[in-house]
Design a protein around this ligand. Structure first.
Ligand SMILES: [Zn+2]
Length: 265
């Protein structure tokens, strides 16, 4: 059963599209992490390290909904058997079944926020959500050549032709209490989503944060960031700004549990 977390009037539901091993040793993915930092990361998030010491990660999306109103989905998972992520991720994903288990009809999804264009975040975008506008930062679309070669013909072109692509320039309010935040660095136009009820706050990080070792030290670079210095600045600044207002919740695609407390700081 998908897990929920409620922020004010908005229910945030975690949807697991798949779980599988990462394609390289985690020590190569985070070359600067020390043995002590790995030990602390594994203590905080024991489910993402296998008995062989390999990184084993879930691939999650999050649904945001007030009551039985329209649904906003953040990210679209690894996708079906023939998705661009097929070369490395455990396709086919199970998002359609997860949505059904959560009582969400894909036709009720009106907005899909794609945090970025990596193949494990766009798999079900487009056809599964016929009534949804898909939101991307302009900087991400301007860098389309960085991503899977099928994306223009398979996703971006059809969305644009159907009038279902909405291009954002930086931070943007979506609905009351839901705001898209520009968090570049992992990719040129990476974005995250902040759900803010005034009292409670939840940040859907996207790949601003991919592993608990980056909670141990948010300054740690990840080898697959297009601009590690900018990614580090986005991560440290946003986590600091969110924590400055009190404890908050992080909703992450790849940590072992979907919701992690960010202590006040
Ligand atoms: Zn990812």
């Amino acid at each position: 059963m998908p897990l929920d977390h409620t922020v004010g009037s908005i229910t945030v539901t975690a949807l697991v599209d798949g779980v599988g091993p990462f394609f390289q040793p985690r020590e190569e993915a985070f070359p600067d992490a020390t043995a002590g930092q790995w030990a602390e990361a594994d203590r905080r998030d024991p489910d993402t390290v296998g008995p062989d010491g390999r990184w084993r990660l879930p691939f999650r999306c999050f649904a945001l909904r007030a009551g039985d109103g329209p649904v906003t989905l953040v990210d679209a998972g690894i996708g079906p058997a023939d998705a661009p992520a097929a070369s490395w991720a455990p396709v086919p994903g199970r998002l359609p079944a997860e949505l059904a288990a959560a009582g969400i009809d894909p036709a009720d999804v009106r907005t899909v926020v794609l945090t970025h264009l990596h193949s494990d975040h766009v798999g079900w975008a487009g056809p599964l959500f016929p009534n949804a506008e898909h939101l991307l930062q302009r900087a991400e679309l301007d860098a389309l050549a960085l991503f899977h070669p099928e994306l223009p013909a398979r996703l971006v072109g059809p969305l644009r032709a159907a009038g279902r692509l909405r291009v954002l320039d930086g931070d943007t309010d979506l609905t009351p209490g839901v705001r898209v935040l520009s968090t570049p660095g992992h990719t040129p136009g990476h974005q995250s989503v902040l759900v803010d009820s005034g009292e409670d706050r939840l940040l859907v990080t996207g790949d601003l944060l991919v592993h608990a070792v980056q909670l141990v030290d948010p300054g740690l670079a990840y080898a697959h960031e297009v601009d590690p210095a900018t990614a580090r600045e986005s991560r440290t600044e946003l986590l600091r700004a969110v924590a400055a207002r009190g404890p908050a919740v992080l909703a992450t695609p790849h940590l072992g549990v979907p919701f992690t407390i960010l202590p006040a700081g």
